[in-house]
Design a protein around this ligand. Structure first.
Ligand code: AHR
Length: 764
């Protein structure tokens, strides 16, 4: 049994805006996702620069049985940002185009209205009607139709509404009959029913899933999307520049999305702010810090002004009155009242001195003009290491309010690092856990995250936290796991989604003291390395020599498969717990450095890679059940033809790594500690929320002294088998259900199922 004591009047700290969401256009989260546009490649701007398989007609096919030709040209564009357009030349009969949307079909629903629009012009002799049809792409059955005449030889916008007479998976067809040439651009189809009925709006079902989470803030628009691209804002593959994303959608330049597709920017900064308002979340925009860490491109310091101005202008766009330049632009776009803005982030997990050299310019300028804005700095993509420390150092030196930390790790990492934020300095900058997830969408993953969230809440050092990534179109997966999955017609939340939802709905205003005693033992899962060793290179040829383990010399033999070279020896095959491996290594050809795998057993191994990711880092990782966690990280490149003296010392759970006699990593591998139960409690008005997580395989009776007169008490539980997951077929297999509990006086009794998160709401 667990005895839990809550002290509702012993407030520990305010919880503020703790739980929010992070929106990045990854996995087609925006185009083909939240953004309700149904036409793929609406302005014929898809290009090989976005994705090698694209051309300007990607997403389009010929429709109509006549004699006709289609092509894309850019001689007389609708504007200078939207160069390509479609030409249809009909010689006889019917000719036109068909678009099947992002997932092969558009889910047209009977009784719903669909707004089509396009820009068009014609050559003089083209007089016949253009037919716009929602038609089954399989059997020609029609769900609805409209027709109109292209009236002139200059570009003009045409718009109409089709009411669907049938529910059908459709394509949009635009077909003309006659003789002559017509041109089209920006061919668009939106359901009239968007979230809150907004024009150029959001897909209602996905938006509702987000709103129902109840996030306190939304971080946008990325992620790597923000800082990966050309520094030239006019380049086709520019970094994400917010000023490119406002105004008429036909004037927004098409851009490469760094996740390997095209982004229309139809969901731009105005829409982001509006959406935040619509779901009741505070906007948290992220701007690039004039540095692209992927290409190591930095804006010269004497050209930084424009980038700093972008940040100041964005704040004005969000907060300024109509009498300011950007406040006026916002008002003209339709939002007279300021949106409000409390947070702004500069940079997203940048590594490298160039970023930290530039950050202070942004910081100083923003604080001078807007002293109350909370500025968020970054500490790189990993939970530790030299660049992580650099991020925190920069924050302390500059007076950054909050530091953004990111990590994707094994579920066991969350258990092992439960205490992480209790040890942070309460007087320093606060933490924004801006991206985190355990690798997986099972209930077990979600519960390990729930355990960690109880600690985030109790720490008093974490100000903001959001799971990542948020959305995934199942036909375009760049990254998994994700919080919410969808296709063209349906959407479901993962087990992790329901954990987030329970925590958000029961966040509370203040964290209060909550003590937790158990008669049961805490289980400790040790992950100290114990296994064989392997040397490896990926797409690289290397030479390993002067090898010794614990002073005994040996040699290795090399074999190669699919670009991966493995270097073996009997000495490496032996299972070892503590050892010293010494060797010399030289890269002969290739693109990366060397990898030493050690502690290799059935489900676990450790990996020290020197010259990893773009030959930039030295990284030490654990791999538990195939899930990677970064345990140490430093910048380090390998030079071809140079000899490296490498030494790995493993002693129990202590791992030390040396290159040329210099210690580069020193790590104590933490065990995963499984406590009988994890709890957190908070209050809001007359409510007391108690969250309890049981990640053991046995049920647990909890007796909770709430120290208040209970008027009512109810509970929700998320439980199931550890490997349970939601899917399109079983959308709510893992979802909260009511849990029966009892109460009397000030005491609540709850029987927690094995593998469960329970959230109890007590009214006093
Ligand atoms: O969330 C996916 C990616 O992970 C983000 O774009 C980036 O910030 C991180 O590396």
């Amino acid at each position: 049994m667990n005895r839990i004591t809550v002290f509702p009047d012993k407030r520990l700290h305010a919880l503020g805006d703790l739980y929010g969401i992070f929106f990045e256009d990854i996995n087609h989260a925006a185009d083909g996702g939240l953004y309700a546009e149904m036409v793929r490649n609406r302005s014929f701007e898809f290009d090989r620069i976005d994705n090698y398989s694209y051309d300007h007609l990607t997403g389009w096919e010929k429709a109509g049985g006549g004699e006709f030709k289609i092509w894309v040209e850019s001689v007389h564009p609708i504007n200078e940002n939207n160069l390509n357009y479609l030409a249809i030349d009909v010689a006889a009969g019917e000719g036109g185009v068909r678009n099947r949307g992002f997932n092969g079909k558009m889910p047209i629903k009977k009784g719903e209205e669909y707004i089509f629009s396009f820009y068009a012009r014609r050559v003089k002799n083209f007089k016949s009607d253009v037919r716009i049809t929602l038609v089954s792409a399989e059997n020609g059955e029609k769900a609805g139709e409209a027709s109109l005449k292209i009236t002139g030889c200059d570009w003009k916008k045409y718009e109409g509404v089709i009411k669907a007479e049938k529910s059908l998976p459709c394509a949009l067809e635009i077909v003309a009959e006659g003789e002559g040439r017509i041109y089209f651009d920006e061919i668009s189809l939106f359901p009239k029913r968007t979230f809150k009925g907004r024009k150029n709006g959001m897909r209602e079902d996905i938006a509702l899933m987000l709103k129902e989470l109840g996030p306190k803030f939304m971080r946008f628009p990325g992620g790597c999307l923000v800082h990966d691209g050309s520094l030239d804002k006019n380049a086709r593959d520019s970094l994400y520049r917010w000023k490119n994303t406002i105004g008429g959608v036909e004037k927004r330049p098409a851009r490469r999305n760094n996740w390997g597709y095209n982004q229309t920017l139809g969901l731009g900064f105005y829409e982001y702010f509006l959406f935040c308002e619509d779901i009741g979340a505070k906007p948290l925009p992220v701007l690039p810090g004039a540095y692209n860490p992927h290409r190591k491109d930095a804006v010269p310091l004497d050209e930084l002004d424009e980038w700093v101005e972008d940040a100041l202008d964005l704040i004005e766009f969000a907060r300024g009155g109509e009498n300011t330049k950007y406040g006026k632009i916002r008002a003209e776009l339709g939002h007279k009242e300021p949106f409000g803005l409390e947070y702004i982030a500069i940079g997203n997990e940048e590594v490298g001195d160039e970023f930290f050299e530039r950050y202070p310019y942004f910081h100083k300028a923003i604080k001078e003009k807007y002293p109350d804005i909370k500025i968020i700095g970054t500490s790189g993509p990993f939970p530790c290491g030299g660049e992580f420390e650099k991020g925190w150092r920069s924050a302390r030196e500059n007076g950054t309010d909050i530091v953004d930390e990111h990590y994707y790790v094994s579920p066991e990492w969350f258990l092992a690092n439960y205490d992480r934020y209790f040890n942070y300095d309460k007087t320093g900058p606060k933490v924004f856990l801006g991206e985190y997830a355990s690798w997986g969408n099972t209930l077990y993953n979600a519960l390990c995250e729930a355990v960690y969230m109880t600690a985030l809440e109790k720490s008093g050092t974490v100000a903001l936290a959001c799971y990542a990534p948020l959305l995934a179109n199942s036909a375009y997966v760049n990254w998994r796991p994700d919080l919410i999955w969808f296709d063209e017609k349906s959407v479901f939340g993962s087990a992790n989604y329901y954990v987030q939802k329970l925590f958000m709905a029961h966040q509370g205003k203040y964290e209060v003291l909550c003590e937790n005693e158990s008669e049961d033992e805490t289980d400790v899962l040790s992950f100290a390395p114990n296994g064989t060793i392997e040397l490896e290179t990926v797409n690289t040829k290397a030479r390993f020599y002067d090898l010794k383990i614990d002073g005994e010399a040996f040699e290795v033999s090399e074999s190669e498969k699919d670009g991966r070279r493995v270097y073996k020896s009997d000495a490496l095959e032996k299972k070892r717990e503590s050892f010293v491996l010494e060797m010399k290594a030289e890269e002969i050809e290739g693109i990366r450095g060397f990898t030493i795998k050690f502690g290799m057993s059935e489900n676990i191994y450790y990996r020290w890679e020197i010259g990893g990711w773009q030959n930039q880092d030295s990284v030490l990782c654990s791999h538990i059940n195939g899930r990677e966690s970064v345990l140490a990280h430093e910048l380090k490149s390998v030079e071809r033809g140079r000899e490296y003296d490498i030494r790995l010392e493993v002693c129990g759970n202590a791992v030390e790594c040396f290159i040329d006699g210099v210690k580069i990593h020193s790590v104590k591998i933490l065990p995963a500690v499984i406590r009988p139960i994890y709890t957190a409690a908070s209050v809001e008005e007359d409510k007391v929320y108690i969250k309890a997580v049981n990640i053991k395989g046995t049920p647990r009776l909890c007796e909770i002294e709430t120290n208040c007169d209970i008027r009512s008490a109810e509970a929700e539980v998320l439980t199931g088998e550890p490997q349970d997951m939601n899917s399109f077929e079983e959308k709510e297999k893992v979802s909260p259900k009511a849990l029966e509990i009892s109460f009397s006086g000030s005491v609540v009794k709850a029987q927690m199922p094995p593998m469960s998160l329970c959230v109890i709401t007590v009214k006093r």
